[in-house]
Ligand binder design. Structure first.
Ligand SMILES: CC(C)(COP(=O)(O)OP(=O)(O)OC[C@H]1O[C@@H](n2cnc3c(N)ncnc32)[C@H](O)[C@@H]1OP(=O)(O)O)[C@@H](O)C(=O)NCCC(=O)NCCS
Length: 209
């Protein structure tokens, strides 16, 4: 068994906790946070990052999974990786993942997803419940996909993109890094990096710093 610490202790971390139930290889050991005020009253074994680093040095018997639902998880994950900590993929058993799926590490896939042929997922992505990712899509690192998103074939999603609940992306589109797709949007053409788009069809609403 590997002791796994979940990075984050918010609502997404609460959901992710359940993916460890009856897991053959991973034991949910606790939660690591780096914020002072956090509502983690429902969770046990919450530890501040600086204490975690002192008390639990990197080891092959210990791993982490990021459960902070935005691009801000990148800096903490990079720090931990630099210090030698390993990350796992945690995948809820109720999913269809094509055997051709290629995936890095640190990814989290919630229940009810279908990921079809020849999809390539990088590292530290979050794919929330009931998402459909069709053939030949590429998701770079730190992509966050909210519940009920449909991504058609040959879509390229660059680093740090956030896609809001229920959005749809039509085939062949490229979404630029750190772009934000609002809930319910229908993305019909390429999206520039660092913009928020919303609506049907999706239009640029603002620039993201
Ligand atoms: C995009 C979002 C984050 C809003 O971001 P924001 O920076 O606070 O944006 P604002 O509220 O300032 O809105 C900017 C504009 O976009 C519009 N807008 C925001 N969200 C929109 C949406 N989902 N659909 C259509 N238009 C939207 C606003 O009406 C506003 O339009 P206006 O300038 O014409 O008045 C939010 O609306 C959203 O869709 N979040 C998705 C969250 C989600 O799915 N989480 C899943 C958790 S599991």
């Amino acid at each position: 068994m590997i002791d796994v610490y979940v990075l984050g202790a918010g609502k997404h971390a609460t959901e992710v906790s359940e993916y460890f139930n009856n897991h053959q290889a991973y034991y949910l050991a606790g939660y690591v946070i780096n914020v002072d005020h956090h509502d983690h009253s429902l969770l046990k074994s919450v530890i501040q990052l600086h204490d975690f680093l002192k008390q639990y040095p990197a080891s092959p018997k210990l791993a982490l999974i990021g459960a902070i639902g935005n691009y801000q998880r990148k800096s903490i994950i990079e720090l931990l990786e630099k210090k030698g900590y390993g990350f796992i993929n945690i995948i809820h058993p109720h999913n269809y993942l094509s055997p051709t799926l290629k995936m890095g590490t640190g990814n989290c896939i919630a229940p009810g997803c279908v990921i079809n042929a020849n999809v390539n997922i990088g590292n530290h992505c979050i794919i929330n419940s009931n998402c459909n990712i069709s053939h030949d899509c590429i998701l770079e690192n730190y992509v966050t996909i909210s519940p009920g998103v449909t991504i058609a074939g040959n879509v390229s999603i660059k680093e740090g993109v956030f896609i809001g609940a229920g959005a749809t992306v039509i085939p062949g589109v490229t979404i630029g890094n750190n772009a934000y797709i609002a809930a319910g949007a229908c993305v019909t053409k390429d999206v520039l990096p660092h913009v928020m788009v919303a609506g049907v069809p999706a239009k640029v609403k603002k620039i993201i710093d």
